[in-house]
Design a protein around this ligand. Sequence first.
Ligand code: ZN
Ligand code: ZN
Length: 378
Amino acid sequence: MSGGAAGAGCYNSESLTRATDARAGRRQRLLEALAELRCDAAVVSHLPNVRYLTGFTGSNGILFLSAERTVLFTDPRYELQAGEECDCRVRIVRGPTWDGVWRHAAGRRWRIALEAEHMSHAVWTETARRLGRNAPLKPLGGAVERLRKVKSPEEIGAIRASAKLCAAAFLQASRRFRAGMTENDAAAEIEYRMRKLGAEGAAFETIVAAGERAALPHARPGAARLEAGKPVLVDMGANLAGYMSDMTRVAHFGPPSREFARLYDAVLEAQQAALQVARAGVSASRVDKAARMALKARGLDRYFTHSTGHGVGLEIHEGPRLGAKSEDALEAGMVVTVEPGIYLSGKAGVRIEDTVLVTRTGAEILTSVSKGLLVLES
Ligand code: ZN
Ligand code: ZN
């Protein structure tokens, strides 16, 4: 069980103070962003953002933030937990949680920014009806997500631990891969190992794609069987204490065909080319381009059908995006994936992915599992 009481007991008072200071600093920076939007208050309802700003890990919480007050609205199930986790006022709402927020803000002349991209049209409309009479509502426009792009040393430590766990689980699970087992069996083995190693669970639904099914970038594991003489692609990540990791490796039962080895080498070369240019100050699109150019040199770029990577943190997909059209520049402290792939429909797919920490001088790989093609006995 993941009771807040047990969690709080593990912290010494120094680390608790550090966490509280970190959250207060994040809220302060959000207030500065609010001032730029000419707003007095923000209502944050996207749960990873709520967690980032308050420490609250429950499944229902809405944060009201202004220069004068920070209040978390949640329901009676979380009364104890919210009190232990949050360093702000907690208001328990019976009935719809939004109703508590509306009542709190009604009758004031606050200009309020909301996370339009994370809420239903119905909630936006009702909020406008209840609160927007004096000043129109404004979209917060990803202000919290922008703060989250650069990780604090504590967050980097958390992701590092998550990535290490992911790598260890892969090594343990892949030893048990046998020809004849289903993708589902293999995925279950991976998720079991992650849990046994201390993860809260998988960061996303584990992908195990047997043989040519790896040509589907988002293959769901099913009844297809791992086969002798064929490859298997695994894309997995751990959720450890709320922080995610993301890694893709390809294994092969017995020695690969020359053709498959050529595909694998091409993707590995593309990944290394991207890793080589990734460092603080470089545009995210340049990292994407490096991977694409390497594949182009082998005439394979048209089979690379997604972007090169994404940020990883409290969510498995967050900013920055490493794509051709990305306007982000890499900064020290960002944690991103680098994951080029090629997908030959009905034939084969290869993707190689690491979670890496961007530093001033380069990219430190956090998912440290060897990238030579893993040859398994069938
Ligand atoms: Zn992945
Ligand atoms: Zn990924």
